[in-house]
Design a protein around this ligand. Structure first.
Ligand code: EPU
Length: 340
């Protein structure tokens, strides 16, 4: 296991925040995961498990240990009832994993093409886009328990996936270190075109195959979301809030043009719409701002700190709350600024 002290994190978070991690451990081999899980430091000081850094806001100095899986490998391990069972290492880049699946004829991840981040993070926050979520293809997650170093497979059901959520974000936070994920992928290509913007984008394509579908997803993403290599961001900064039926009816009476989708237990509101209507789209406050093409995305205008991002997020949350009586929750993880 490679360990570094006072490690510069700017290249390790897509927001491009110039943070320092007091300690960083690169987990490459299976034994690195076991050793890290057993490390005494984790019991005595804060730690954070970092994937691709695409959903995190760092403080200027992180006083603790960053565990960063960089293991590699994608392997077909079996076949089951018309499905391929594929295992991928936590440190694989998610978008490369999707491309690898498509190239090998393992179907079901096309709609998740182009999502930044690593394979190991996909089950934690159940990444999703264009009508699909990681939970639809994850079979099980292999973990090492922090403290004991014991390893186990955790089934899909046990993770209790929900919208951008799993037990790894709830009661299991800080309990497990994920080293690989097992997927159940289709032998036959069956496109999911339930998301309207996607079905419109592929309308003219005669012979739609997995590659063309994934390319269409990537071009929609490119048109709305900043390229992390050019503009720092954490993708969608907030979750789309869900409100009950009664509250939705009251909101709809006052704002007939409000964008919402029926879901279990009520309606999911488009947070991007709420933020845009609150006048935030395209605005800049010092070193941070709201992306011009998608109001759900906060961006680094140059030299942003974790504090800048946090205070912009708070201003937006307050404004949306005052205007609509709806509370926005960050999807990105804001690591508290411990350095006073
Ligand atoms: N909208 C606005 N103004 C905006 C942005 C959006 O009015 O500035 C409205 C539009 O009417 C649009 C609707 O909101 O039709 C939905 O927008 P979009 O299709 O861009 O999707 P989203 O709900 O804003 C979610 C995910 C994205 C994912 C897309 C596509 C969340 C928090 N975000 O965004 O995920 O790519 O759907 O499925 O659920 C991410 O998690 O980082 C991410 C990018």
């Amino acid at each position: 296991m490679k360990t570094f002290t006072d490690f510069p994190m700017k290249q390790y978070n897509t927001f491009g925040i110039d943070a320092i991690a007091e300690r960083l451990c690169m987990l490459e081999e299976r034994d690195d995961f076991r050793l890290a899980a057993l490390s005494e430091e984790l019991g005595n000081s804060p730690f954070f498990i970092l994937g691709g850094g695409s959903n995190v806001v760092f403080p200027e100095r992180y006083r603790g240990t960053v565990l960063h899986p960089v293991n590699k490998g994608i392997e077909l391990v079996g076949q089951r009832d018309g499905s391929y069972i594929v295992e991928a290492a936590a440190g694989e880049v998610w978008a490369d994993f999707v491309d690898h699946c498509i190239a090998h004829g393992w179907y079901g991840v096309e709609n998740l093409a182009g999502i930044p981040g690593c394979v190991g993070a996909a089950p934690v926050q159940n990444v999703g886009a264009y009508g699909m979520e990681a939970k639809d293809v994850i079979d099980a997650v292999h973990c090492f328990e922090i403290g004991t170093g014991n390893d186990c497979w955790i089934s899909n059901d046990d993770c209790r996936y929900a919208y951008r959520w799993s037990r790894f974000k709830g009661e299991w936070q800080g309990r497990y270190l994920i080293d690989r994920v097992r997927f159940c992928l289709n032998e036959v290509f069956a496109p999911d075109l339930s998301y309207k913007a996607l079905s419109s984008a592929v309308e003219g394509i005669r012979e739609l195959d997995a590659r063309r579908l994934a390319d269409a997803v990537v071009s929609i993403r490119d048109s709305k979301l900043p390229n992390p290599k050019e503009i720092g961001s954490a993708g969608s900064f907030f979750k789309n809030p869900v409100v009950g039926g009664d509250k939705f009816q009251r909101l709809k009476e006052r704002h007939p043009e409000m964008v919402a989708y029926p879901v279990e237990g009520g309606y999911k509101l488009a947070a991007g719409w709420l933020i845009e209507q609150s006048g935030w789209k395209g605005r800049t406050i010092g070193r941070v701002g709201v992306y011009e093409k998608q109001a759900l995305v906060l961006v680094n205008r140059g030299g942003a700190t974790g504090r800048d991002v946090k205070s912009l997020a708070e201003m937006i949350i307050n404004d949306v709350e005052q205007r609509f009586g709806v509370h926005l929750e960050p999807e990105a993880i804001i690591i508290e600024c411990l350095n006073a």
